[in-house]
Design a binder for this molecule. Structure first.
Ligand code: TRP
Length: 453
């Protein structure tokens, strides 16, 4: 499709607040809800939080701005935008790689989003609390065939939103759910903080402990700054292509960063007070959310209701992210094969479902014992996408705007001083730090220096 044709496609534009809200919807996901609180508690509380903010400022936000600028300047999907801005095929090759990465993330992320939907429903009906051995209940569920049905439901919902288009689907959906998510977070935070014994959870989360700031914790903060802002996957680039020329990308960057941080902070103020009030051990990921937290809801007044709200909150956070992930592949296939939006959506969502089925079956399920090189199918998808493709995609973005795209200044529209600062960050600081993230997340640093989780 020519640049003019894609410019004029009706309905394929965000309003300025709609864009910021949709980008926050992409950034705020399961990473904010379960990974951020956990790593903050583990690596030094407020001290880690401070390091995380520095990582956001030094690399997260500059790369976010770069990604959005490439999308808006190139006006295409994650591969085509590069091609519209530079003849060199290397860049669009990296763009294509990031499309593959986002597809891989979507295929296992939809599985986990499916768990949250199922838990939400069961909490509202109360059936979640029938058997108090929550770890066993989660194990039995994840080990059955049921997760496939929930994964399918998530992809149907996601596809339904994406098929309705950028403004009528993605924007409208996020405009309802992202403010709704904030309300749910605040209700559950108040519930958590007013439980007897909640203070211990707040201290665990935020008490600064500078002795825990090691090379490992700093690299964890750096990697999470990337993951949390949905960078390196072509997502923010694809969304950026739908932004009006007159919108300031600089202020959008700040708003998205602040939104991501706020939602992560609120999540921590729910999870730790709630689990500490009931003497539960904080842990990361499915362990805490699915196997441990139901015990807290079971013991609090109106717990089934609050538990239902909590899992609903996770589902919303997850699905506003899956929408942005699916859009990356949909935008690409619409252009590549001239599919209509509904057709592109149906085909990519189906492909994602098929690739995700083995992931749904490999968390304790029939494929759980199929471990190759220490990882299950699910773990491999996550590892290749999040730890390899994501830093490579991010590196390509910084090098492209820093060195290859001469007229980037016109697109980012910063004042002279901020532009100079931004250019220094994307030219010299971000690439070095992204290479660090890569060496860390692929385990190369662990082999060399013993830095690792
Ligand atoms: N940012 C999301 C979270 O915090 C996860 C994520 C990583 C993501 N890369 C993405 C979401 C790309 C959408 C698109 O959970």
């Amino acid at each position: 499709m020519t640049k003019q044709a894609s410019e004029s496609r009706a309905g394929e534009r965000f309003s300025s607040t709609g864009f910021i809200i949709a980008a926050i919807g992409s950034a705020v996901g399961l990473g904010n809800m379960w990974k951020f609180p956990y790593i903050t508690g583990k690596y030094g509380g407020a001290a880690f939080f401070l390091v995380f903010i520095i990582c956001l400022l030094l690399v997260g936000l500059p790369v976010l701005l770069a990604e959005m600028a490439i999308g808006r300047g190139g006006r295409g999907d994650a591969a085509t935008s590069f091609r519209n801005l530079s003849r060199n095929k290397v860049w669009s090759g990296f763009g294509f790689l990031s499309i593959v990465g986002s597809f891989m993330i979507l295929s296992f992320y939809a599985v986990v989003a499916g768990w949250t939907l199922k838990y939400g429903l069961q909490s509202f009906t109360g059936s979640l609390y029938a058997n108090p051995d929550y770890a066993a209940v989660f194990g039995a569920y994840a080990g059955s065939l049921q997760p496939i049905a929930w994964q399918a439901l998530v992809l149907l919902l996601t596809g339904w939103v994406v098929a309705r288009g950028v403004s009528g689907g993605i924007e409208s959906f996020n405009k309802v759910l992202i403010p709704g998510l904030l309300i749910l977070l605040i209700i559950l935070m108040i519930r958590g903080l007013t439980l007897p014994g909640a203070g211990a959870g707040v201290s665990f989360f935020l008490e600064p402990d500078f002795s825990k700031l090691t090379p490992t914790s700093i690299l964890v903060a750096l990697g999470h700054a990337f993951f949390s802002l949905s960078l390196g996957m072509g997502t923010m680039l694809t969304y950026g292509a739908y932004v009006d020329r007159r919108q300031s990308l600089g202020s959008a960057t700040l708003a998205i960063g602040a939104g991501d941080l706020l939602y992560a902070l609120l999540a921590g103020l729910i999870i730790f007070p709630t689990s500490f009030a009931f003497g539960l051990e904080p842990a990361q990921g499915p362990g805490l959310i699915f196997a441990v937290l139901p015990a807290a809801f079971a013991s609090m007044p109106l717990g089934a209701f609050f538990g239902g709200l909590f899992f609903l909150l996770l589902a919303i956070a997850a699905i506003t992210s899956t929408v942005s992930l699916l859009e990356v592949s949909v935008a690409y296939s619409m252009r590549r094969w001239s599919f209509s939006r509904p057709k592109a959506t149906a085909l990519t969502a189906t492909a994602c479902f098929l690739v995700g089925i083995p992931a749904a079956l490999s968390v304790g399920g029939p494929l759980g014992d199929l471990v190759i090189g220490g990882r299950t199918y699910f773990d491999w998808l996550d590892f290749i996408a999040s730890n390899i493709i994501l830093p490579l995609g991010g590196l390509a973005v910084t090098l492209f705007v820093g060195y290859a795209w001469k007229r980037v200044g016109d697109e980012v529209g910063l004042s002279a001083l901020w532009f100079r600062i931004w250019l220094i960050l994307v030219r010299y600081v971000a690439p070095v730090l992204v290479v660090f993230v890569f060496l860390f997340s692929t385990g190369i640093f662990r082999v060399l220096f013993g830095w690792g989780e």
